[in-house]
Unconditional design. Structure first.
Length: 486
């Protein structure tokens, strides 16, 4: 009645649309109904308290197809609350993927986006998931994620698609933060039970690309630098950025192409050892000391090498295709490199199914460097628990789209922290402007982030968000590199 009367008094369509968009008519009429039913002696106080107690709920969920940083389709989801607030999540996508990752559902129609469309997942979200979430509290992250997995009903999220489920999960997480008036990192911290360990992550800056990410002679996928001697995130970011630009000058002077790849790093035509030497030269030329100030991190993506060897051995198909290397020979290569270079982290050094090899690798080098499971663990709590029990690796790479929900991602990070394993929040080669993993890294206090090079807006969006968070935290911002200085 109240708003019916108001609508007859105003002809301003913008005012009416604003009120309807934010559900003000329904809200006020509900409060008035409570007021006349209760007939309190202090009606104004009653209304104020009733309004404060009312939690926003999900009004609508809308998925759509957008394009990622490589021009391939991906899923974006909006979660609209009944108070007008909107949370949005855009899902990343990988080029080099582990066989145990949750299913990224694509359309398969070769005539449309070369089969990479995601309209099947979009439709599944809009028809199967969205109606079930209306009226739910966005702050109930675990309840929402478990409901979506139940709706999907498959062990690998193959019906709705992990890409669709993750889009909703991320959007709900962001909507919940907005509903509480909290920054996203703080809401994630609350979900994670993190009261004060708001640690800015040490960046792994990808400056040279190889493997499946580049058309050159480099067999391994990424050569990265880490500012292990920096005193703050912003200082560390400056250091690796200066090294990136210095490397460009050195490569150009040596006659190499300096265009950048999917993740913003350079892809010069070098051998594996030459790539390491160029990284060392760039560090020194930029004015920094290898080892004490800058460490080197590798992403080997060795499952790709094992596949190239028909799963009989590791084939360096670019630089030495005539030989197959055993797991022990691979470990010998890494042992030599760790001795000769300040390598602080090695990701996926062996095939994703070589459990015994990872145990041996960890025994040999685990006290000297991080041994990181990416394709090996695929952010899967079950696989990760097995690895912990076997003492395989000592760190895990965290990719939200490998498992498909915020809840399971947090579970993996918590498991790592409780088991004294390192945890590294990571991007994918196909990214968007969504900087969710920056807030994830700080909110969980995981301490490390891998989000590409110091170029391309889709990568810089994460670094820039971390700069903002560091500024917001001020004196409460924590930073440590001790876990990398072995």
């Amino acid at each position: 009645f109240f708003f019916g009367s108001f609508f007859t008094m105003t002809t301003n369509s913008a005012d009416i649309e604003y009120l309807r968009q934010h559900n003000i008519p329904e809200l006020v009429n509900e409060l008035i109904q409570q007021l006349v039913t209760a007939k309190p002696s202090q009606p104004v106080s009653f209304l104020r308290d009733a309004l404060a107690k009312k939690k926003p709920v999900i009004k609508a969920v809308k998925a759509r197809q957008i394009l990622d940083s490589r021009g391939n389709p991906t899923v974006e989801v909006d979660v609209l609350l009944d108070n007008g607030l909107l949370g949005r999540g855009a899902v990343p996508s990988g080029a080099s993927t582990g066989e145990y990752e949750a299913v990224e559902l694509r359309d398969g129609d070769k005539k449309v986006y070369m089969g990479k469309g995601v309209l099947k997942s979009v439709q599944a979200v809009n028809t199967m998931v969205a109606p079930k979430l209306v009226g739910m509290d966005p702050c109930e992250q675990k309840v929402i994620d478990e409901l979506m997995m139940k709706i999907d009903g498959t062990p690998n999220k193959g019906k709705v698609g992990a890409n669709g489920i993750l889009g909703v999960s991320m959007a709900c997480c962001r909507a919940a933060a907005l509903a509480q008036g909290l920054p996203l990192w703080k809401h994630i911290a609350n979900l994670h039970g993190n009261k004060d360990n708001f640690q800015l992550p040490v960046p792994m800056a990808n400056i040279i690309n190889g493997g499946k990410h580049a058309d050159n002679k480099i067999d391994f996928q990424e050569f990265m630098v880490m500012p292990v001697g920096a005193k703050s995130f912003s200082e560390g970011l400056r250091w690796v950025t200066e090294i990136f630009h210095t490397l460009k000058s050195l490569l150009k002077k040596a006659g190499h192409v300096t265009s950048v790849g999917d993740e913003g790093g350079f892809a010069p035509d070098l051998t594996n050892d030459e790539a390491l030497e160029f990284v060392m030269k760039a560090v020194k030329a930029a004015g920094y000391q290898p080892g004490t100030q800058i460490g080197i991190a590798l992403d080997c993506a060795s499952s790709e090498l094992f596949d190239e060897g028909d799963r009989k051995g590791y084939k360096f198909w670019k630089s030495n295709p005539s030989k197959l290397f055993s797991a022990n020979e691979m470990i010998d290569i890494f042992s030599r490199w760790v001795k000769d270079y300040p390598i602080v982290s090695i990701e996926d050094p062996l095939d994703q199914n070589d459990w015994d090899g990872y145990v041996s690798m960890t025994k040999s080098l685990g006290s000297k460097t991080q041994i990181v499971g990416d394709d090996f663990f695929v952010t899967n709590p079950t696989r990760f628990k097995k690895g912990i029990n076997m003492a395989a690796c000592n760190s895990i790479l965290i990719k939200v789209n490998q498992i498909g929900t915020v809840t399971e991602t947090l579970e993996c990070i918590k498991m790592a922290q409780q088991s004294n394993y390192g945890a590294i929040a990571s991007h994918r080669s196909g990214e968007t402007e969504d900087a969710f993993i920056a807030d994830l890294a700080v909110g969980t206090g995981c301490g490390q982030i891998k989000t590409g090079s110091c170029s391309r807006t889709d990568r810089m969006a994460k670094y820039n968000q971390l700069i903002r968070i560091e500024e917001e935290l001020g004196a409460n911002a924590k930073w440590t590199t001790q876990h990398l200085r072995r």
